[in-house]
Every structure is written in structure tokens, then in C-alpha cells.
Ligand binder design. Structure first.
Ligand SMILES: Cc1ncc(COP(=O)(O)O)c(C=O)c1O
Length: 404
């Protein structure tokens, strides 16, 4: 059965917004997705009816809120096929990668190598760069091919015994490339290294099974998955977490504190210092429950058809260059329009209420590789429609005539 986009759209109040007598066309979900009523209501309900701090109270509201928070952890675990104690809540995907680079990174020594790739978001580069600065670890970048796919031959040749961590995105936020994580994992594990997967875009557009993927670490943000801001998820294999030191100190992450000696709590609590993002976890649970009513493969087919429609229409424009044509890529369409600055293009599209992203997309090494300073990105989500794609195409054609 085809995905019922109208039914899904009806759950997003913001999508009925009219600006200057025209509907809003939101094609910036790769940056942050809009929120369904289920999420808005779940968070509001908690604040109205049952809210307190978690894990530390003996009263009814504290127990109810703790149950709701831990139910969120169970839902996330089930959603990506992890065990419940392998799910750590952070403030963002960015913080999740920082946690791994800081905590697991303590096992690495000068001369060890971390491999990242040319297509990474800064979130999966900078924490490793900081580790390299701190400890003499060497950071190397696996190149991409001209079509935007990862150069797997180069990758294999870079897998020397010094490599201890490989940090790679599941799906590029610029190119839309979907990396073959199971194949990468097999090669990484063959040399005894660990695999950190940035799942920020991947988890939104594909069903994720961390065990089948072979990821040692998998990070994503709630706000791109139709959930609230201020919340990230780190999956890490239990045996790795057991041996990892804490990332931050404070309440909740300790077992016992005396003036002279402190012992750590068990994972996942060891990695959740202080009051966590309680309401946001409740919101993420609602987002996942809401998403789970749909068949993910139907959503993928819907998004892919919209991507193809956009690609077919936009590539009619002579001066338009698409960045990222890898086979099997996801529904992110990034382009340059002649020599026009991406910001100018985005501002023209905004006159048609078409919201896109323009800039470096937090991927400056990739911009350098592509030979551009900035690009325009239309990122397609489950609530987008054919009509919206047609307006995008019309607006880009208008922008093109403006710059011709
Ligand atoms: C691929 C990818 N990784 C990491 C991030 C960082 O996510 P956050 O800012 O929510 O931590 C993003 C956000 O755009 C992303 O697209």
C-alpha cells in the first residue's frame, strides 16, 4: 500500500501554516524535522499531569516520571534493536560523539589512527580532531569518489594495524550517500578496530538494527527524528560501555562518593551525569511510537519518489549541478546553481515559502572536496508532497532566470 502522506501531514500542525497567502513548504528536515501532535501532546501532558525529577524520589510523581523516562529508553532500544542498558541519553548526537571520543578515546595512544571520511558532518570530525590534539592520535580522512560514494578501495588500503577507530556516517547530510555499514564493519572488525556510526540522517530514513549493522557505537539526535531538541542518543555495545570511564561527573553517574574516593555507577547511568532531558525523552518516545504506526519501507518509497521527481525537474536546469549521485542514495538533494551564491538562492526560494538549507552544512572538508564554498540543500521528509516538489522546481527555475 502506498504511504498515505495526507494522513501523516495532518498530524503536523505547523504544516498548515500559510505565509503571505501561500502554504509553507518545508524542505529543511535534514537540519531539524517538524513535530507531530503526538510529540507536542506527550510533552505537554507530562508537564501538566506527571512531572518530577527522575531516579531520586520516593513520591508518586517521581516514580511515574522515572517510569516514563525509562520507558523512553526501552522504546529507543527496541527501535534500533539494542539492549536497554546500551542506550545513553545525551544532549545531542554531537555530544554522543564527543562522549565516545573522550571516554573510549582514552584507550588510544600517540601514533594510533582514527579514520574518518571526507563526507562527515563536523560532529564526526571535530571530537576526533580534539582527541588527536590531546593525545597524539593521528586523524585521517577516507576519500570519496566523484559520485559522492565512499572510496572503498582507498578505505581498505588505509586500514593499517594502527587504526583503532573508524568514524563514518550512515547517510551523508549533504550528498545523501548511504554507506554500506555492514561491509565497513566487517573490515573494521577484521583489524580489531571499533566502528562509530553517525546515524543522524540514517535513522530517520531507514530502519536501523545496530546489531545487523555491526556498529560498536551509533549516535543520533531526537530532533531530526520528529522528536524534540536537546536530546541525543548514543548506542554503545554493552561490553565496551562496561570498560569505559565516565565522560562528565556529577549526580546520578556515581555509585558512592566519599571525600576521598568515588566509585562509578553502572552503564548507562554512568554516562548520564546530572538531571537528564526528561521531557525530551518522553517526547522522543512519542515520536518513535508515532513513526512506528507506518511501514518504513513505504515511507522510503515515498521519499525516494519525491527525490526522483525533484532530481528529474532540477536537472533540466542547465546551470544546476547536483552534488551526490551515488547509487542507492537517500532523499537529500544538494546543488549549486551556476555561480550564484547558495544564500542568495535560498533567499529567493524563501519568497515562495520554500524552506531549504544553504551554506556548508557543517561539512567544510566536503565542501573543499567538492570545490565549492557553499551549496543549497533540499532535504525531503515523510510529510513532503509531489506538489511541494513542483513548487521547489518552479522556484529554482525562477531563481536561475534571476541569475542568468
Ligand atoms: C550527519 C549529521 N551528523 C551530525 C549532526 C549533528 O547533529 P546535532 O547538531 O543534533 O548534534 C547532523 C546535524 O545536522 C548531521 O546531519
Amino acid at each position: 500500500m502506498p504511504f498515505d502522506v495526507d494522513k501523516a501531514r495532518a498530524d503536523f500542525p505547523i504544516l498548515s501554516r500559510i505565509i503571505n497567502n501561500k502554504p509553507l513548504i518545508y524542505l529543511d528536515s535534514g537540519a531539524s524535522a517538524q513535530k507531530p501532535t503526538a510529540v507536542i501532546d506527550a510533552m505537554g501532558h507530562a508537564m501538566r499531569h506527571s512531572y518530577a525529577n527522575v531516579h531520586r524520589g520516593l513520591h508518586r510523581l517521581a516514580n511515574e516520571t522515572t517510569d516514563a523516562y525509562e520507558a523512553g529508553r526501552e522504546t529507543v532500544a527496541r527501535f534500533i534493536n539494542a539492549d536497554v542498558n546500551e542506550i545513553i541519553f545525551t544532549k545531542s548526537a554531537t555530544e554522543a560523539v564527543n562522549l565516545v571520543a573522550f571516554s573510549y578515546g582514552q584507550r588510544l595512544k600517540a601514533g594510533d589512527v582514527v579514520l574518518t571520511t571526507e563526507m562527515e558532518h563536523h560532529a564526526n570530525i571535530v571530537p576526533w580532531y580534539m582527541l588527536a590534539e590531546r593525545s597524539g592520535v593521528i586523524l585521517k580522512y577516507v576519500p570519496i569518489r566523484d559520485d559522492g560514494s565512499l572510496d572503498m578501495d582507498a578505505f581498505e588500503s588505509m586500514l593499517t594495524p594502527e587504526v583503532k577507530v573508524v568514524a563514518v556516517t550512515h547517510m551523508s547530510n549533504v550528498l545523501g550517500t548511504i554507506n554500506d555499514i555492514p561491509a565497513i564493519a566487517a573490515k573494521v572488525h577484521a583489524i580489531g578496530a571499533k566502528l562509530m556510526v553517525d546515524g543522524c540522517q540514517g535513522v530517520v530514513h531507514m530502519p536501523v538494527d545496530v546489531k545487523a549493522l555491526g556498529a560498536d557505537f551509533y549516535a543520533f539526535s531526537a530532533h531530526k527524528l520528529y522528536g524534540p531538541t536537546g536530546l541525543g542518543v548514543l548506542y554503545a555495545r554493552a561490553e565496551l560501555l562496561e570498560a569505559m570511564p565516565p565522560y562528565q561527573g556529577g549526580g546520578e553517574m556515581i555509585a558512592h562518593v566519599t571525600k576521598d574516593k568515588i566509585t562509578w555507577n553502572e552503564p548507562p547511568h554512568r554516562f548520564e551525569a546530572g538531571t537528564p532531558a526528561i521531557l525530551e525523552v518522553i517526547g522522543l518516545k512519542a515520536a518513535i511510537d508515532w513513526l512506528s504506526q507506518f511501514d518504513r519501507s513505504e515511507i522510503m518509497a515515498h521519499e525516494h519518489a519525491l527525490y526522483k521527481r525533484a532530481h528529474d525537474a532540477l536537472t533540466q536546469i542547465n546551470s544546476l549541478r547536483v552534488h551526490g549521485e551515488a547509487e542507492g542514495k537517500g532523499s537529500i538533494l544538494t546543488f549549486s546553481l551556476g555561480s550564484a551564491h547558495a544564500h542568495d538562492v535560498a533567499q529567493i526560494l524563501d519568497r515562495y515559502n520554500v524552506a531549504v538549507r544553504a551554506g556548508t552544512h557543517c561539512a567544510e572538508p566536503l565542501m573543499t572536496r567538492l570545490g565549492v564554498t557553499s551549496t543549497v540543500r533540499a532535504s525531503i521528509a515523510l510529510y513532503n508532497t509531489e506538489q511541494e516538489i513542483d513548487v521547489l522546481a518552479e522556484a529554482v527555475a525562477k531563481a536561475q532566470s534571476f541569475f542568468a
